[in-house]
Design a protein around this ligand. Sequence first.
Ligand SMILES: *Cc1c(COP(=O)(O)O)cnc(C)c1O
Length: 490
Amino acid sequence: MRFIETRGNDGIKPEYVNFSDAILSPGASYGGLYVPEFLPEPGIPFLEKHLKSSYKELAFDILKTFDIDIDDDVVKEALDLYDKFDDPDNPVPVVKVKESLFVSELYHGPTRAFKDMALQPFGYILSNLAKQRGEKYLILAATSGDTGPATLETFKNRPNIKVACLYPDGGTSDVQRLQMVTEDGKNLKVIGIIGDFDDAQNALKELLASENFKRKLQESGVKLSAANSVNFGRIIFQIIYHLHSYLELIRQNEISLGEKIYLIVPSGNFGNALGAYYAKKMGLPVKKILIASNENNVLTDLIQKGEYDLRSRTLKKTASPAMDILKSSNVERVLFDKFGAKRTKELMDSLTNEGYYKLTPQELERLREDFEADFTTDEEAKNTIREYAQNGYLMDPHTATCIKLFDKRDNKELKCVVYSTAEWTKFAPTVLNALNNDDKKYKDLEALVEISKRLGVRIPLVIEELFNKPIVHDTVIEKEQIEEEILKFI
Ligand SMILES: *Cc1c(COP(=O)(O)O)cnc(C)c1O
């Protein structure tokens, strides 16, 4: 399978690349992204064949349909990392919460958030490629919470890869910070930045543009790569669980093969939703994909009105911080798929230059063939958490943005799968606020213990242990010192 570019080719970069090149050097012409030249369409027979497959067997065959240039053995070893999940036989449980409502729980991996679904196997494959080619890579990450821990966890002690991870000091939850600063791999550097997430992200961008930095890396024989959510190596692993969830509903005798279902996806950078869209195009019987947002509802406007408008917006801090995003990167891949490279470049250029683009009515109609969108306020999300906890289902605030929208829908005929992207333990203070209907500032540990006692739910060992582990990264610096600090580490 060859990969092409969402904004067309600039005559300098190659016109086509392999999967391995697309994931090692994910930047395409004109700031675009890599996409497969066409999507495989294995359809219903593929689902039928996999009615009894394990998650790993299904995953292996889906990757096969993309005909990627990675050895089968390496793919299998990468998929074996799902054995680290709570239940190796079923890394993604699909739980019936009430009539027509099923939650696909994507958080049973090592860092208790859905980033593990893709980053676990992706990290293995990337490191393996680097080793095969005899190349050394530096992965730079700026995180507000979930990506950092999952990136560190997957690359820890892997050959030919080093990771430098920037986080805003004081801008993450205790659990998220501890997940990073207690990671003890020799190839990892975690740096707290004095400032907020934007400062950390801007610092990273400046670093990527710095000639001095690039020269020094070159002198040390180190190349730069990125593990962010636009890397197609992550997207490909986010197609699998959508098919798996459908097969689970068949196995649970809730639907028959071919019956359409409805999906609700909590969205930020649109990686999860893009995986759902690709799954639909590959033949998964999906009626619509509902894009759930929090009050940063730029995607709601895009899909309801056809306008992507950043001009009047500032980022709001909400109770679902992993969805606090205004520039939702993977939307571009849908634009490309529907409208082609020329129009995608036009729209994305307009977004960069004017902070705005508008689809034609025909284009909007085509977008709405696959997507619907709505958003949930923090207040609504907290009420939803409280209400469902009383009935025995505990969820995190990101998941609540979706469940609220399920409840708002009148039409409950179709069975609906909601994707749960984080365990409650990652956002315990917010969950306790929801249960108590207050807005006190709880400490993570205090909230974890209180919720666990009150509802009789277990805190997983990987979370409990964090509070007693030695802190191995205690660097907290000003933005200006980052370059020097990373070069020292290299
Ligand atoms: C990353 C993340 C999201 C958003 O997923 P996208 O693929 O970026 O849309 C939602 N919830 C949680 C908990 C996350 O970590």
